[in-house]
Design a protein around this ligand. Structure first.
Ligand code: NDP
Ligand code: HSE
Length: 441
């Protein structure tokens, strides 16, 4: 029987999970693949650390280079996170002709093109199923299962930590900070949790999905990102009263037309922001650490993928899938059977957020006196922005009251300009809150 000797760099949540999952199901995989899978070395930072998943001391090292260089290691797993040492590990492994499995979406987002090229130049491969949506095999879905489709829409709840926080704020009225601490204890959050709550982790993943779907590696700087730090329990409650749930969505929408006079491809919206999702839509009922991704293909129509988006076992399952691919590639001596990324639409472009059209939820804190509403609606009227409903929920906020306006389709640029004018009215007592409403059309 062929054998794969895996060297793992990182023995934390993901690395430990991979070690444990191979111990549990390595035999099963061997019988399915005809390849024996062994972890032969594990690199960590601190040899003395007590680990929830015990790794035999004889396998441990603090020297990742010696692990990668070890002739006994023929496949490398990178599970340390970050973009500096992790990049070095991948480039070093490729230079030795060794393929790498990674779960590191921040690394791919920042250096994907360079790393894919380096892998290819050295006859190696890069596997990254675990980098998006934990246990959901969405990379395989886009690259293989739905390869015959043009992807018109992708809507994803792709950050487990944010979904866990928003769900508990809605369902239990829990406080943001308490729930974040729980997500950290459960191993969902990144080492630097602002990556999660400020939307960057979701942007890394959404960028990877957009790149795979549209064939050009999306520059992370072009992805519009808003996190959930400013989503208040009040907005969750008011949205709920109107039949909506607030979710952090990764959105990839292909425009139907290229910009006027342009010979370029129709641009693609690639954004991450908290949005009001109608309670009747399936994504509204995805709670806790679960992720879900709706992929719309021109041939297949709508398809939906659901599963745990973070945590030890879910992520390990995705790594096992890559391990199986890598094992078969090694067995067959084909290093690029499914290349990590095929740029097939080099002229692709990202839609600037100002041009993105959407309906909106706007909450204002206003002085409750005649003429206030008229002044606000006049500004929207002059901007040719339609209002679909106005609500003044019960309750006061100091000397003001909340006013909720639901806005018809408008460009982000037009709405932002109108809100800047509204914010200057004497009757408006706090900066306006604006959230987009997703209609999934
Ligand atoms: P952890 O912080 O739990 O683990 C990191 C591991 O890397 C630790 O074992 C640490 O050693 C080791 N390490 C750090 N630097 C080095 C180094 N220079 N040399 C050797 N070992 C090193 O992180 P996670 O396991 O949560 O995350 C790892 C990666 O997986 C990240 O890219 C993350 O984004 C990604 N990911 C995480 C998921 C999750 O649910 N947690 C899900 C999907 C992807 P020591 O233990 O000694 O400190
Ligand atoms: N911190 C990430 C999340 C881990 O919460 O989704 C999984 O990628």
């Amino acid at each position: 029987m062929h054998r794969v000797n895996l060297g793992i760099v990182g023995g934390g949540t993901v690395g430990g999970g991979v070690f444990q999952a191979i111990a549990r199901n390595g035999g099963l995989m061997a019988s399915r693949l005809g390849v024996e899978l062994r972890v032969v070395r594990v690199a960590v930072q601190d040899l003395a650390k007590t680990r929830p998943v015990r790794i035999p001391a004889a396998l441990l090292t603090t020297d990742w280079r010696s692990l990668v260089d070890d002739p006994a290691v023929n496949l490398v797993g990178e599970f340390i996170g970050g973009t500096t040492t992790a990049r070095e590990i991948l480039l070093h492994a490729f230079s030795r002709g060794k393929s790498v499995i990674t779960a590191n979406k921040a690394l791919l987002s920042a250096h994907g093109e360079e790393l894919f090229a380096a892998a290819q130049a050295n006859g190696a491969n890069l596997y990254y199923e675990a980098s998006v949506a934990g246990g959901i095999p969405i990379v395989k879905v886009l690259r293989e299962g739905l390869i015959g489709n043009q992807f018109t829409r992708i809507y994803g709840i792709v950050n487990g930590t944010c979904n866990y926080i928003l769900s508990r704020m809605k369902l239990e009225g829990a406080e943001f900070a308490d729930v974040l601490a729980d997500a950290q204890k459960l191993g969902y959050a990144e080492a630097e949790p602002s990556l999660d709550i400020d939307g960057h982790d979701a942007a890394h993943k959404t960028g990877i999905l957009a790149s795979l779907a549209h064939g050009f590696w999306v520059n992370p700087k072009e992805i519009y990102v808003e996190g959930i730090r400013s989503v208040s329990r009040k907005d969750i409650q008011f949205a709920g009263q109107m039949g909506y749930t607030i979710k952090l969505l990764g959105i990839v929408k292909k425009s139907t037309t290229a910009p006027a006079g342009s010979k370029r491809f129709a641009p693609v919206q690639v954004s991450v922001y908290p949005a009001l999702v109608p309670n009747t839509h399936v994504l509204a009922s995805v709670n806790g650490v679960f992720n879900a991704i709706l992929v719309r293909g021109d041939v297949v129509g709508d398809t939906l993928y659901y599963g745990r988006g973070a945590g030890q076992d879910a992520t390990a399952s995705a790594v096992l899938s890559d391990l199986a691919d890598a094992a078969l590639d090694l067995k067959c001596g084909i290093q690029n059977r499914v290349p990590p990324f095929v740029p097939h639409e080099r002229a692709g472009a990202v839609t600037p957020i100002g041009d993105v059209v959407s309906p909106y939820y706007v909450r204002l804190s206003v002085v409750d006196k005649p003429g206030t509403l008229a002044a606000i609606t006049a500004i929207f009227g002059r901007a040719k922005i339609g209002i679909s409903s106005v609500r003044q929920p019960e309750g006061t906020e100091g000397d003001s009251v909340p006013l909720i306006l639901m806005i018809h389709d408008a460009t982000n640029a037009d709405l932002t300009k109108a809100l800047a004018k509204i914010a200057k009215l004497a009757a408006v007592k706090a900066p306006p809150i604006m959230l987009r409403v997703e209609s999934f059309e």
